[in-house]
Design a protein around this ligand. Sequence first.
Ligand code: NAP
Ligand code: GDD
Length: 383
Amino acid sequence: MHAEFMAEGMRCNQKARRHPKTTIIGTTAEVNAWGSSNPCCRRVSVMNSANKDQPSEKTLKKALITGITGQDGTYLSQLLMDKGYKVYGLVRGQNNPRIAWVQQFVKGIEFVEGDLLDQSSLIAALEYCEPDEVYNLGAMSFVALSFKQAHLTGEITGLGVVRMLEAIRTVNPKIRFYQASSSEMFGKVRETPQNEQTPFHPRSPYGVAKVYGHYITMNYRESYDIFACSGILFNHESPRRGLEFVTRKITTAVARIKLGLESEVYLGNLDASRDWGYAKDYVEAMYLMLQQPAPDDYVVATGETHTVREFCEIAFSHAGLKWEEHVKTDPRFLRPAEVDLLVGDCSKAQKNLGWKRSCNFEELVTMMVDSDIKLHEAQLATV
Ligand code: NAP
Ligand code: GDD
C-alpha cells in the first residue's frame, strides 16, 4: 500500500482543557475522555514519539492551523512538526470524521474545536493554544460548489479571515498570520503569467471571497502592524487531494477503469489550463513566508500550464489506457463562469524565500495515478 495511505495508528496528544469554550478533542486509546481535565495530558503531548527529540514545551514554537483536515493541512502540520513545532489543528463539528483521515498521515497534532463562522470559538482557540503562528487554510474551497452556496462561501472563505484576524488582534497581535489566497482571484486574467501585481478579476463566488480575504489581510498588516502574509498559491495537488477536484477525479477514475470497476468518467471543460504543482512543495512556501523579517505577499506556482485534456492523456497512458476511449463530457460539470488559463510567475518567492518546487507535472500526475491504483487494489483485497 502507498505510504500516503498507511494508517499509522492513534496517538495521544491531549492537554487539559483550560478555556471553557475550547474543547480539546480526544483522539487516542491512551486518553479516553473527551476534553480530559487531567493535567498530565500536557506532559504526554511532549513526551510522545512524534515529539521526543524536541526541546521542552516551553521553548517549542507553536502553530495553529485552520483547515487541518484538508489536503494542505496534513502536509503543513507534518512539515512544522519536523521542524520541532507543537501543532494545533482547528476542527469544526462535534465529531469530525476527517480527524481519523488526518491521523493516517500525521501523528501528534492536538485538535481544538472551532469554526471560522464562530468568532468566540476562534478567540478561545487562540487563548488556549497561545500560538506563535496561525495558518488560515480553512475555507469552502471547491469553486463549483461556491456557485451553489455563494453566501456560505462568503461567510467562511471571506469573512472567516476577518474573524481570525480580529481574534488575533484581540488575543495577541504579535501572532504571525498566513492567509491561503488563491490564483482563482486572477480569474479572467489581465496578463500572463500572473504575478503579485496582476489585477484581480475573480470569476466565482469563491474567487470573490478570496479577494476579500486577501485585501483584509493586507489591511490588518497596514492598519495594526500585524505580521500578516498572503500566499497566492496556484493549483496544487497530491494523492491527498479531495475527490471533487478534477485531478483526483481523473486519477481515481483511471484506477477504477484499470481495475475493471468502471469504464468511463464524465468531465466538464477539457480546455481549461492550470498551473499544477505538488502540495508538499507549496506548504514549504507558507512556512517560509512567516519566517521572513517582514510580512509580504507571494505568488507560488510552477510557471507551466497544462490543460485538463493533457492531464487526462498522461494519467490514462501511465496506466496503459487510451483516454479518448474513457473520457466523456457532461455539461453538468461546466461552470457559470470559467477561469480559462492560469500560469504563475513565482520569481519573487524564488528570490526572497529561496523556494523551489521538487516535482514536475508528469511526476505529479503519475504519482497520483500510482497512489490511486494502490489504494483501490488494497480496498479490493479487503473485500
Ligand atoms: P481542502 O482540502 O478543501 O480543505 C479545506 C479545509 O477547510 C478543510 O479542513 C475543512 O474542514 C476546512 N473548513 C471548511 N469550512 C470550515 C469552517 N467553517 N471552519 C473551519 N474550517 C473549515 O483545501 P486545501 O486544498 O487543503 O486548501 C487549503 C487552503 O488553500 C484553502 O483555503 C484553499 O481555498 C486554499 N487554496 C488551495 C489551493 C489548492 O490548489 N489546493 C490553491 C490556492 C488556495 P472540514 O474537514 O471540516 O470540512
Ligand atoms: N472539479 C472539476 N470536475 N473540474 C473540472 C471538471 C470536473 O469534472 N471538468 C473540467 N474541470 C475543470 C474546471 O472547470 C476547472 O477549470 C479546472 O478543471 C480545475 O478545476 P478544479 O480541480 O475543481 O480546481 P479549480 O482550479 O477550480 O480550483 C482549485 O484551485 C484553486 C487555485 O487556482 C481549488 O483548489 C481552489 O480552492 C483553489 O483556490
